[in-house]
Ligand binder design. Structure first.
Ligand SMILES: Cc1cc2nc3c(=O)[nH]c(=O)nc-3n(C[C@H](O)[C@H](O)[C@H](O)COP(=O)(O)O)c2cc1C
Length: 217
């Protein structure tokens, strides 16, 4: 048996198996270190290293309060071209067996064009010290000024290529699954269109499946 083994080793010109095993081990360790280094480098490139992913069921706080009082930024587009605007109307819940977020955008907003073209959008929430930034994004249009620069926000490209901001404390990332305008004929309470839409600029509602929720570490 021993002779056959030796013959076999010699015939295929293999090095000592123990030596080979050690070399393989060394190579594996070096590869693992390289992979870790590369992935760390990638993370620190885009700012995502400051965020951790949570389950949508673990979102903390009252969502009515988050929208009505804290406000959010709706952002859509690509790293090359995107737009963002402040929103205080929005919903979060469970629909079609999916966790969903819904936001409402009037057609005259510059953001509307981006919401129409994009497959994804984000809702970004901030601490109170970003109130001025939210006021800027809610009163100026991306058509006229670079709001992001004016608001002092840092664009953040997420893994799925949707856009948010490094300063956000929570990012809800959504995949558009349904969108439509409110229909004036369908209002059961006629006071709402009279009060909210005197010029008939009905919001378009965008329902997004929540694909990721990120919170600041
Ligand atoms: C607190 C606040 C909440 C707002 N909520 C909404 C909203 O839910 N939907 C909407 O269409 N516009 C909303 N707006 C208005 C837009 O944010 C605003 O018109 C913005 O300048 C649009 O920017 P854009 O033209 O760059 O898209 C809100 C503004 C503020 C200040």
């Amino acid at each position: 048996m021993c002779i056959i083994h030796k013959k076999y080793v010699n015939s295929v010109n293999l090095v000592n198996p123990v030596k080979k095993y050690k070399q393989m081990k060394k190579l594996t360790i070096i590869s693992a270190i390289l992979i870790i280094l590369v992935s760390c480098g990638k993370k620190s490139d885009n700012g995502m290293e400051n965020f951790t992913k949570i389950d949508s069921k673990d979102i903390e706080g009252n969502f009515i309060e988050k929208m009505a009082d804290d406000w959010a930024l709706i952002t859509a587009g690509t790293a090359e071209k995107f737009n963002t605007m402040t929103a205080s109307w929005g919903l979060i819940g469970h629909l079609w067996n999916k966790p969903v977020a819904v936001c409402f955008v009037r057609p005259q907003r510059y953001t509307f064009e981006f919401m129409e073209a994009a497959d994804t959008f984000t809702l970004s929430f901030f601490d109170e010290n970003y109130r001025d930034a939210l006021n800027i994004c809610g009163t100026l249009s991306g058509r006229d000024v670079n709001k992001v620069e004016k608001a002092g926000l840092t664009p953040l490209v997420l893994d799925t290529n949707s856009i948010s901001f490094g300063e956000a404390r929570m990012i809800i990332e959504c995949r558009k699954i349904y969108a439509d305008f409110f229909n004036p004929e369908k209002f059961i309470d006629a006071k709402i269109p009279a009060e909210i839409y005197p010029t008939n600029d009905f919001h378009k509602a965008y329902i997004g499946e929540i694909i990721n929720v990120w919170v600041k570490k």
